[in-house]
Design a protein. Sequence first.
Length: 391
Amino acid sequence: MFKIDAASNRINPLEVKRFSDLGFTERKHLQEWLENYPQALAQGDGEELLIVQKEFDGFDDTRERLDLLAIDKDGNLVIIENKLDDSGRDVVWQALKYASYCANLKKQQVVEIFQRYLIQKAQNEGIEPADAEKVLLEFLQADDLQSVQLNTLKSQRLILVAAHYRKEVTNTVLWLSQFGVDCQCFKVTPYQAGAELFLNVEQIIPTPEASDFMIGMMAKEAEEKSASNEQRQSHRLRLEFWEQTLEAFSQSSCNLYNNVSPGKDHWLSAGSGLSGMVFSLIFGKSEIRVEFSMQRSQAEANKFVFDRLETQKAKIEVAFGNALIWKRLSDQKACRIQFSKPVDGYDKANWPEMIAWLVEHMARLEKNLSGPLEKIKHELKTANVVKKDSE
């Protein structure tokens, strides 16, 4: 790795260092860095990990503890083991043990584990702890805990982090991958240039090319598996609801969803004229919602649009007729503007009223955001965030 000296038009090599030479330790430094920026271990473009516990020791009949426990966007538990300068011989066995322990965790247990973590974190920072279930549902973009697929059978992932890997470790990881065990190895290398320190995080197993292939195969396998009876029932219910909703929209002045087909998801989205930013209808068991979601792959573009809209918040809300919920979500890429109504969504007798509410309020939301968005669209084209977003 080299550092570019633009003034002299030269490159200068960075000096490879050992963590121990720099006085860094596994627990106080590497673990702390990854806890606060887990996206360093992103498996692919746009992947996000949510840390739900560190130094987790909640295993029966054992005093062992894993370094970091996370959840990915698919609701899979991710076991992260850090080994600093050397992976050691037994890191795979250690991670597999932790995965086997975590495989038995039920949905509510995961929530409770996460809540303990948030309480401890809040105490350290002197703030009120967040609600674990709400944070989790927001991260998974789910409507309620019951509908979430969380820590399902054979879904646990392993992530190993070290500066150097022994051959017996890499061979074992590659062998396990043949049996569908999702295990990644990240090589972390510290560099120094004068007083400046740098960290390179590189996924070495599987390689990015192999990772894409494996992800595709796992997605195909998951798609081919039969859904549970509860899932099938929910899918049929949502499909029926969206069919009726789209019929109502087709007869209204709001033409957002004219070219949208009904689906099995709890949401239905339509374009806004801005790439990666959509108007969404949400149908849940206990809530219906209209929202404008800013979800480009680069957070800068989403925050740019959100901040421009928020400067007109008072005017927009007066025209809309109600106070909206503004979610900048500073620790995430996406942003959202929402308005919701509590309902008994799975009671079909309530559907006509619910559908009428969605039509009315989405029409209002689109009408009062379309003007500001058109102006912001031109600003976005000339802003630096556009360049970043297209790179």
